[in-house]
Design a protein around this ligand. Structure first.
Ligand SMILES: NC(=O)NC(NC(N)=O)C(=O)[O-]
Ligand SMILES: [Zn+2]
Ligand SMILES: [Zn+2]
Length: 466
């Protein structure tokens, strides 16, 4: 007779969907086979002692930019997935931009899948892009397994000719009609190009280049206008929408209202909008630059309330790395520095520290925002997102007593800048399991199993055979 389990994670404080409790998790063949108070450990079963630890479902980070193909010198699937694993993430969904070519047709998708295969340490899926001129590529991309489409309403930035571009209103409308026709999902970077670009021009003309000036070029109203316009188009087309990196509680409220009216729409925010403010952007400098910018403390606290009220569906890192030179004030200004936070490794620890420890949010709430919520929204919940029998054994084990101060050398990403360097965390990810395999061990050598990640929606034969 075969053994009941390959592995038992014993005695941890386990975040189930509805409650957290001291439980054992039995794992067999990479899946969760049993959850119980005292699972019996027969001969040959490996035991992981999780007493005194928190056991959470592995984070599903639905918003990262790992930059391959073409921009692997900025990040890459190996280094980016290592940082994610060290932060308790077991699945990511990679954005269609910042790599070259951008993922706006099936050919580009196949190139990206090639680069990730055998390289990523955690499981993954892909976004496709909606840009001017590619509406006819949306259905083929959908059939090739992209989990959602991304469009920018404002200029995504970057300097190359063939970079990802923002949509005009007609492209957005027609794209939404097409995506609705196959019941796909559209994710939006929602800031008004008309407002932000004119304010940026004026600032440039006046020689205003510092952090406060940058923040002033991207006001809350620019987010509200873009969200409002997209919701109007969603009413018109029936397209399902996901608003990425919402920075203001006003925008989250607009989305919540639309949902009450029956629209199929979700809101994402990121740890940086919850733990950093506009003042922190000024204090930290370009490592804390992103768009939309961080807001004032009152808005930040209101976002935490909206989390407690259930108005926010997804927390994602928006890990958008760049070389150090792009984040330096040498030869640059805050205004010309790269916009993007390279914080993937810290997402779960930030949410646990600031959410669970400081604000008393239950672990299941954090688990829902960081694993179950994104898994559901991005169609990965057949395998991912929960600690439940039958799901993949993807686990993040956190030591709630392992306070530490983040140093550059702790980071696994390619370029070691982060707005959180020097920050003291009250807890730390100690082990990350993907499908029952230990991938990251804080005290046992860091990344102990590289390159074992799987593409969750394999490209069709047709694509591979090209
Ligand atoms: N080109 C980017 O990666 N942009 C990202 N940058 C941010 N958020 O500052 C994003 O998601 O918009
Ligand atoms: Zn964005
Ligand atoms: Zn992004």
């Amino acid at each position: 007779m075969g053994k009941d389990y390959d592995l038992i994670v014993k005695g941890g404080f386990v975040a189930l969907p509805e409650e957290a409790a001291f439980l054992d998790i039995g794992i067999r063949g990479g899946k969760i086979a049993a959850i119980g108070a005292e699972l019996s450990a027969g001969p040959g079963i490996e035991i992981v002692d999780a007493r005194g630890k928190w056991v959470l479902p592995g984070v599903v980070d639905a918003h990262v930019h790992l930059n391959e193909p073409g921009m692997g010198h900025w990040e890459g699937f190996a280094s980016g997935s290592a940082a994610l694993a060290a932060g308790g993430c077991t699945t990511f969904v990679d954005m269609p931009l910042n790599g070259l070519p951008p993922t706006v047709n099936v050919e580009a998708l196949a190139m990206k899948a090639d680069r990730a295969a055998g390289v990523s340490s955690v499981d993954y899926a892909f976004w496709g892009g909606l840009v001017p001129g590619n509406v006819s590529d949306l259905q083929p991309l959908h059939e090739s397994g992209v989990k959602a489409f991304k469009a920018f309403l404002s200029d995504p930035g970057g300097e190359t000719e063939d970079r990802f571009r923002e949509v005009d209103d007609l492209t957005l409308l027609e794209g939404m009609r097409t995506i609705a026709s196959f019941d796909g999902l559209l994710g939006l970077h929602a800031e008004s190009e008309a407002i932000t670009s004119r304010l940026a021009e004026k600032a440039a003309a006046d020689g205003r280049t510092d952090a406060a000036d940058f923040i002033a070029t991207r006001p809350v109203v620019a987010e509200l206008e873009a969200v409002g316009r997209a919701l109007l188009f969603a009413r018109e087309t029936g397209c399902r929408l996901h608003f990425v990196h919402m920075s203001s509680p006003e925008a989250v409220e607009l989305i919540a209202q639309a949902r009450r009216e029956g629209l199929d729409v979700t809101a994402e925010t990121c740890p940086h909008y919850l733990v950093l403010s506009d003042r922190d952007m000024e204090r930290i400098g370009p490592a804390a630059k992103c768009a939309p910018p961080m807001r004032d403390d009152a808005r930040r606290e209101r976002l935490w309330q909206q989390i407690a009220e259930g108005s926010i569906d997804v927390i994602a890192s928006d890990h958008s790395p760049s070389p150090e030179a792009w984040k330096s004030m040498e030869g640059r200004t805050f205004m010309s520095a790269w916009g993007g936070i390279a914080g993937a490794q810290s997402s779960l620890e930030l949410m646990l520290d600031e959410g669970a420890v400081k604000r008393g949010l239950p672990l299941p709430v954090i688990a829902k925002l960081m694993a179950d919520g994104p898994a559901k929204r991005f169609g990965l919940d057949d395998r991912k997102g929960r600690i439940a029998v039958g799901r993949d054994a993807d686990l993040a084990i956190v030591d709630p007593g392992a306070a530490y101060t983040l140093r550059r050398e702790d980071l696994y990403q390619r370029h070691r800048h982060s707005p959180y360097i020097g920050r003291t965390f009250s807890c730390r990810v100690v082990n990350t399991f993907v499908r029952g395999q230990l991938v990251y061990s804080l005290n046992g050598g860091g990344i102990v199993r590289a390159g074992g990640g799987e593409l969750l929606s394999p490209l069709k034969e047709r694509v591979n055979e090209r």
